[in-house]
Write a protein that binds this ligand. Sequence first.
Ligand code: ZN
Length: 157
Amino acid sequence: MEITDVRVRLASRKRDKVKAFASVTFDSCFVVRNIRLIEGNNGLFLAMPSEEARKSCPQCTSRIPWSSRFCPRCGAHLGDNAVVASAKQGSRDLAHPINQETREYITSRVIEAYNEILAESPPSLSEETEEVEEKEEKEEVTGEETESRIEEEVSES
Ligand SMILES: [Zn+2]
């Protein structure tokens, strides 16, 4: 398996922990988008694309986001504990390396591409495109989830 293309977009400076978003192509035939490059306490690491887990509303059985406090369909109150619980259990990776070697390989290639982009365009020059990225990102990943993933990664290492 070889990484044949890496595309990196810098994140807005407002989100100081998320430095960039990457799309990585494997063997010229498979792309994984929305990989986040995050600055942790021990340096840069990757957060794989993830989705928020879902749960069933106890009242109407609709599938709703794990962290919802109210069911968007029937309005049932689901309790504030749900939000706290979501920090650790609320998301799962959609795609991820299954061994350390591959994780390091992908990480090093993304950091390499990130450094190249940084060298040719200071973050302040790309504010305009970042706004679009921000909106797209919000639908897929909540700030809360990013925080919890950072903690996860830091405690792992
Ligand atoms: Zn409901």
